[in-house]
Design a protein around this ligand. Structure first.
Ligand code: NAP
Length: 304
């Protein structure tokens, strides 16, 4: 019987593990693939207090080692269901069943796709969702980044250092991402902004040779001749499996208070997967601490 069962080993889940362990609780983390969550795709983190610059992968690896050293157990299985039976929480993975006193949902977000025909089939043949991971394959080639948030802007800057040319396609004429990043991009000679435009067709077989885009104001279509398409259009929550245990809002986020509590007794939540205003690395880590201490207090008060 674990004290705290954490679903998701991203920054929120791993921060929760640190605070749970240091509060003297036994902790297990469930992770379907590998630790780190979305942050591993960020080339440089420059806004985490106390760390001037670090790659997302390095940050996640340091955090993971810290958690392991403190004694967390890590189970690489997908949590498919959580339910409470006779006052005991159960995490069911399809392979095994685990018992615990409390659960922290820290499932993060999964990448959003463009929804284009052949998008999935062309992954690895020119379509990518991770500039840091795949950028090097496109050295001296021409690529397009789609999106207007911080990820898209950072990806375009990163790729412009290796690629002959980078198009940045965004559906509006202003960016959601930080001004500082868009200013850097606008000063790059090998970057072309394609604004008010949406992708409509991936071209090329067996490898990508182009992306057809449409201007949403003029309806004009244009083919960008590219070998790589980097999709950076945000993320969506993945909490469907837990909707019977906890309330989700209309967009699928876990309905939570700022104290990381939910309406469900003994069930807490942390990070990007919950309802909140600011989804950042710093707030994910803060949530982890708040949720783990709330879970620890719950155990103490309920003597479960
Ligand atoms: P995001 O901020 O949600 O931006 C997604 C972008 O994709 C938006 O510009 C959106 O357009 C566009 N988009 C969404 N659906 C689309 C579609 N179907 N077709 C075309 N475009 C579409 O996502 P993100 O950039 O991945 O960032 C996620 C969070 O992480 C944000 O809070 C961000 O600040 C944070 N982040 C921070 C850092 C950092 O601080 N270093 C780095 C990366 C990410 P609209 O603008 O028109 O909605």
């Amino acid at each position: 019987m674990y004290d705290i069962m954490i679903i998701g080993a991203g920054p929120a889940g791993m921060s929760a593990a640190i605070y749970g362990l240091r509060a003297g609780r036994s902790v297990v983390m469930f992770e379907e693939k590998s630790y780190g969550g979305q942050i591993v795709n960020t080339p440089e983190i420059e806004n985490y207090p106390g760390i001037a610059k670090v790659s997302g992968f390095k940050f996640a690896t340091n955090l993971f080692n810290q958690v392991k050293d403190l004694g967390a157990e890590v189970v690489y299985e997908k949590a498919e269901k959580i339910e409470k039976e006779n006052n005991v929480w159960k995490v069911k993975t399809g392979k095994n069943e685990y018992d615990g006193k409390t659960v922290i949902l820290a499932t993060g977000l999964k990448r959003r796709t463009l929804g284009l025909e052949r998008e999935e089939a062309m992954i690895g043949a020119g379509v990518s969702y991770c500039a840091t991971c795949d950028g090097m394959f496109f050295r001296n080639r021409t690529v397009v980044v789609v999106g207007g948030g911080n990820t898209a802007l950072e990806d375009a800057i990163f790729l412009s250092n290796y690629c002959a040319k980078v198009y940045l396609v965004h559906r509006r004429d202003s960016f959601r991402g930080e001004q500082k990043l868009s200013k850097i991009l606008q000063e790059k000679e090998n970057v072309e902004l394609v604004l008010d435009s949406v992708p409509v067709e991936i071209q090329g077989e067996p490898m990508v040779t182009g992306l057809k885009v449409k201007n949403v104001k003029t309806n004009e279509e244009r083919v960008l001749e590219v070998q790589g398409i980097f999709v950076a259009v945000g993320q969506i929550p993945e909490n469907e499996n837990f909707k019977e245990a906890v309330e989700l809002d209309d967009h699928g986020y876990v309905v939570a208070t700022e104290a990381c509590t939910t309406e469900t007794d003994g069930l807490f939540t942390a990070g990007d997967c919950r309802t909140k205003e600011v989804r950042q690395l710093t707030t994910a880590a803060a949530d982890g601490a708040v949720a783990a201490l709330a879970a620890s207090k719950y155990i103490e008060e309920h003597e479960v």
